[in-house]
Write a new protein. Structure first.
Length: 316
């Protein structure tokens, strides 16, 4: 086993996206909280970077344990990409999974100690346990597996709020606040909005991945949505979620145009609404595994483009 194999099994590109997302959310949403509260902020750059690395390590451990229990499925769905049992010894995989979890939780415990609030450690421990049970039980169950992964994706953003006590009082404040005659967006609610969209789009992506993995999942006795209700009805469900996403984004773009925020509105149309609409209409004509793999990858990029709107909105 070499570094390249380790990087592949922990999905290093996905972990870098997690770290980048948390740092962007900190810079554009958590850091400006000083304009809303007199309380000192705990999450400076160093603490945020530590939290992001800890989150990435816990997520990496989740990828490893998922692959460990999916050896049979991956041998059918992705025979050329399967690592455990070929390039990586199963025992080594478990040891590396344990190492990532221990270091990730140790960092979270250190931040909890510095914060003097032990309760914030509950969320990363909860995510660690949930990742294990997802791989061993929930993944093979109808709907719940997809919802669990989507929830974990949303929590990777919301964990910033849990480690920033200065943000907690603002959760009781309205979305728009009038401060000294100037209307400002409440950053905590913006963060929760991004988390909600991350949940919704990741749910769509997870169902599409189930469509892609239909054959291997069926061989392993999984009860995913395509296996339970059929491919066509699953595609209709995906189209419904995509339609809901497009509708919500269209309302948001309309509000931006009314405010005169033309460039952010155009960006959202080009980077989010049009690709989602394309997927909405084209997925009904998909029958092959590579088609669903392409839409899954497209949704990953759409989520990245969605996070990048933080930069645009910040300067507006």
């Amino acid at each position: 086993m070499n570094f390249k194999d380790l990087a592949r099994i922990i999905r290093i590109s996905n972990l870098l996206i997690i770290i980048a997302t948390q740092l962007l959310c900190w810079f554009f949403l958590i850091r400006p909280l000083s304009n809303f509260t007199a309380a000192p902020l705990f999450l400076d750059f160093r603490h945020t970077l530590l939290l992001a690395v800890a989150t990435a390590l816990i997520a990496g451990a989740g990828y490893i344990i998922n692959d460990y229990f999916d050896v049979k499925i991956d041998a059918i769905n992705r025979p050329t990409k399967s690592l455990i049992g070929k390039d990586i010894n199963p025992r080594t995989a478990i040891l590396f999974h344990t190492f990532c979890n221990v270091i990730g939780l140790a960092i979270c415990a250190y931040l909890s100690y510095r914060l003097h609030i032990a309760a914030v450690l509950v969320l990363p421990v909860f995510c660690t346990v949930l990742l294990w049970f997802y791989s061993t039980h929930f993944k093979r169950q109808f709907i719940i597996g997809n919802v669990v992964v989507s929830l974990l994706t949303a929590l990777s953003i919301l964990i910033l709020l849990s480690y920033e006590p200065a943000a907690w009082p603002l959760l009781k404040s309205p979305f728009l606040e009038n401060m000294q005659g100037q209307v400002k967006l409440n950053p905590t609610w913006i963060l929760m909005t991004y988390s909600g969209f991350a949940f919704l789009l990741n749910w769509v992506r997870e169902i599409i991945k189930d469509l892609e993995d239909f054959k291997g999942d069926a061989e392993d006795g999984c009860v995913t949505m395509p296996i339970k209700i059929g491919i066509q009805k699953t595609v209709w469900f995906v189209q419904g979620l995509l339609g809901l996403s497009v509708l919500a984004l269209s309302f948001a773009v309309g509000a931006l145009f009314m405010k005169g925020w033309i460039f952010p509105g155009i960006y959202m149309i080009a980077a989010l609404i049009l690709p989602l609409t394309y997927t909405l209409f084209k997925i009904d004509k998909s029958v092959r595994q590579e088609h669903f793999a392409r839409y899954s990858k497209m949704l990953k990029f759409i989520m990245i483009f969605g996070i990048l709107t933080l930069i645009i909105f910040y300067f507006y």
